[in-house]
Design a protein around this ligand. Structure first.
Ligand code: GDP
Ligand code: MG
Length: 298
């Protein structure tokens, strides 16, 4: 008989409610990129947290979308739905009292879920009148059968210990699937590409739509020095100009911000070279998506 516990926890919710922020603060490391704009997370990211006898394996999902016009959106929906099928606990994240039809869409998908659902009301630090929450909670309880309702602030790590307790008591007994010091199953290449994408979306805000992808062309790990070469794919010439900026200034800012985060993550000095290439139509092309590593989970 094993006296250890191990289980999978899915983090679901519409875009921009704070799922990636929650994962990062639960793991206390930056493994999932975040931004003010929706659609930052395109792939499920696994974060692993081991505390004594308990191992929690988190999957962060892309937000579920209603509009499925482009191949990339359809792909994101498939990933989000498959993530809830085989887990031990589901964390359903909502943003304060801001309920939208995308939240209803998530509720609809969760109706078939077998795992217990912890409904997390996030960003409570940004609610002025906390009284507003009471009628909202009543409304939520009518929509979906949930095991617990937990108000948190992911950003300020507020009430995350309570959330963790509620997760831990629902995990099955089992041997640990990851070594104690491992925090993610993602490759360093993947994390490097995600960090670059995060810096681009942060720097450019509304200027560039979500039509960028990052390919890692070279990743050489020599222990104290990691050399990375990456290509940023955009859809149009105009986007390439914006991304590069006056005399290359913008690309330089993006590169140095990404490099700083990479040095923390890899605990090494990082040499980063960035290129920008126009590849029209990549985000609506199933084959191009596969070649960029957006694989189906099955
Ligand atoms: P995701 O799309 O659900 O993964 O959302 P992100 O984690 O990328 O977060 C979206 C935005 O919400 C970012 O600007 C976060 O900084 C912000 N955010 C996340 N959690 C909190 C929180 O607890 N309080 C506040 N005020 N903002 C938050
Ligand atoms: Mg996210």
């Amino acid at each position: 008989m094993t006296d250890t516990y191990c289980g999978y926890i899915a983090i679901v919710g519409r875009p921009n409610v704070g799922k990636s922020t929650l994962l990062n603060h639960l793991i206390a490391q930056k493994i999932s990129i975040t931004s003010r704009k929706p659609q930052t997370t395109r792939q499920n990211v696994t974060g692993v947290k081991t505390e004594g006898p308990v191992q929690m394996i988190f999957v962060d999902t892309p937000g579920m979308h209603r509009k499925q016009t482009k191949a990339i959106n359809r792909y994101m929906n498939r990933m989000a739905t498959s993530a809830t099928a085989d887990v031990d606990v589901i964390i359903f994240v909502v943003d304060r009292t801001q309920w939208t039809s995308d939240d209803d869409n998530v509720v609809e998908k969760l109706q078939q879920a077998k795992a217990p659902i912890l409904l997390v009301i996030n960003k409570v630090d940004a609610i002025e009148d906390k009284e507003q929450l009471i009628p909202h909670v009543v409304m939520l309880q009518q929509k979906l059968q949930v095991a617990e309702i937990i108000p948190i602030s992911a950003l300020r790590s507020h009430n995350l210990d309570r959330l963790e307790q509620e997760i831990v008591r629902r995990l099955p007994q089992g041997i640990h699937l990851f070594p104690e010091d491992q925090i993610t199953d993602k490759s360093s290449r993947f994390l490097a590409a995600e960090l670059i994408r995060e810096k681009i979306t942060r720097q450019l805000g509304a200027e560039l739509p979500y039509q960028i992808a990052v390919e890692i062309d070279q990743f050489i790990d020599e222990g104290t020095l990691v050399t990375i070469a990456a290509t940023i794919l955009v859809e149009r010439d105009g986007q390439k100009r914006i991304l590069i900026g006056e005399g290359g200034s913008r690309l330089k800012t993006i590169g140095s911000a990404a490099r700083v985060d990479m040095e923390t993550l890899f605990d090494a000095k990082v040499m980063l070279k960035l290129w920008v290439k126009v590849k029209a139509g990549w985000s609506d092309d199933e084959r191009a998506l596969r070649s960029l590593g957006y694989q189906d989970p099955s």
